[in-house]
Write a protein that binds this ligand. Structure first.
Ligand code: ADP
Ligand code: MG
Length: 345
């Protein structure tokens, strides 16, 4: 599988401001990398530069392995693409849609038929080979789009929000299929999404983007547990803000005091819901007391909003069977090793 290297790839559209600051990034061969960020942050633009649908501003270079592909048009880069909208031929059969790229590449008939059949089996589409695409469900169409992109054995697979148009249940099952497929084929893949759950589930690494810049690159675990700034911390999962006071080597936070090496003064810290434990109000070793202002039953757990009277309310997870409800009073214990002290957005 081929590695991809972006070297100083920025993008300014004619008459527009800069959509993408010059970006340096190496994607390893066989890796699935996810571009994650809010709408308009430059994910699609970056993907289109890798595809050859957009060229970087002067000075930018795109490499596939040792080959400089900056000036190569899309049809000579051998990339497969899947979009949010299926972009299939509606009046052709499933098999004809999948065979299309092979025909264009003049793959001979017997070989073509064998590869189409293999790919349809792999995508659980064997039974639909003769069906017209406009008679398929959204999830099945997206499977056809994937099959069509992969059957030509692209050097690189590019996916731009392929699940966004599907409903939740289909999204989950197709996400699992994509995961299995990417891991099985070992193809270098770039996956664009604004959905952090998808990014965490699929990415070997995630590139978090904000306003045309890379905010952080790392494994899903890095990004979640060691965000490098407040934007990333807030964008991925739920994050709480608590304020403390640093004085002579100790950080006072509610009733608690933790060892602290920073300068004296007020400190804002971040902590995930799962790093706050619930106890009875005033219980020993708790740091804060609070009032449950809302309790949302989520099945596997109940998410509480707890007002402490000091700063914004905290999000805390309770076991569903705890029976905690709005109006209850609780004590909170913060895991000191999980407190993050980050530059704010
Ligand atoms: P994302 O995929 O993260 O939502 P895009 O890469 O599509 O973001 O867009 C990034 C920025 O570039 C946006 O501000 C968008 O309006 C702008 N942009 C994208 N394509 C064009 C274009 N063809 N012409 C002008 N501006 C564009
Ligand atoms: Mg986009």
């Amino acid at each position: 599988a081929v590695p991809i290297r972006l070297e100083s790839c920025g993008k300014t559209f004619p008459g527009g401001s800069r959509a993408l600051e010059p970006l340096d990034l190496t994607i390893r061969g066989g890796e699935t990398i996810v571009f994650l960020g809010p709408s308009g942050c430059g994910k699609t633009t970056t993907l289109r530069m890798i595809a050859g649908l957009e060229s970087p501003d002067p000075g930018g270079r795109v490499w596939f392995g040792e080959e400089d592909v900056t000036a190569l048009p899309i049809e000579r880069r051998n990339v497969g693409m899947v979009f949010q909208s299926y972009a299939l031929f509606p009046n052709m059969s499933v098999a004809e849609n999948v065979a299309y790229g092979l025909k264009v590449r003049r793959v001979e008939r017997a070989d073509r038929e064998r590869r189409v059949e293999e790919m349809l089996d792999l995508m659980h589409l064997g039974a639909f080979a003769g069906r017209r695409v406009d008679q398929l469900s959204g999830g099945q169409r997206q499977r056809v789009a994937l099959a069509r992109a992969l059957v030509v054995r692209p050097r690189v697979l590019l996916l731009d929000e392929p699940l966004t148009a599907l409903d939740a249940k289909l999204r989950d099952s197709l996400r699992l299929d994509i995961d299995r497929l990417l891991r099985g084929l070992g193809v270098t893949a770039v996956y664009v999404t604004h959905d952090q759950g998808e990014a965490m589930a699929l990415g070997d690494r995630i590139v978090v983007m904000a306003k045309g810049r890379v905010a952080q690159i790392g494994t899903p675990r890095d990004i979640y547990h060691r965000p490098t700034d407040g934007f990333v911390a807030d964008f991925i999962g739920a994050m709480n803000r608590v304020s403390g006071q640093a004085q002579s080597g100790a950080l006072r936070l509610g009733r608690g005091a933790f060892p602290w090496s920073g300068p004296d003064g007020p400190v804002e810290l971040l902590i995930r819901p799962e790093d706050i434990a619930l106890a009875a109000e005033g219980e020993e070793d708790t740091h804060l007391d609070g009032l449950v202002a809302a309790a949302v039953f989520l099945g596997d757990r109940t998410r509480l909003v707890v007002e402490t009277g000091d700063g914004p309310p905290l999000t805390v997870d309770a076991a569903s069977r705890s029976g905690l409800a709005r109006g209850d009073r609780v004590g909170l214990r913060l895991d000191p090793s999980r407190l993050l002290n980050l530059p704010q957005p």
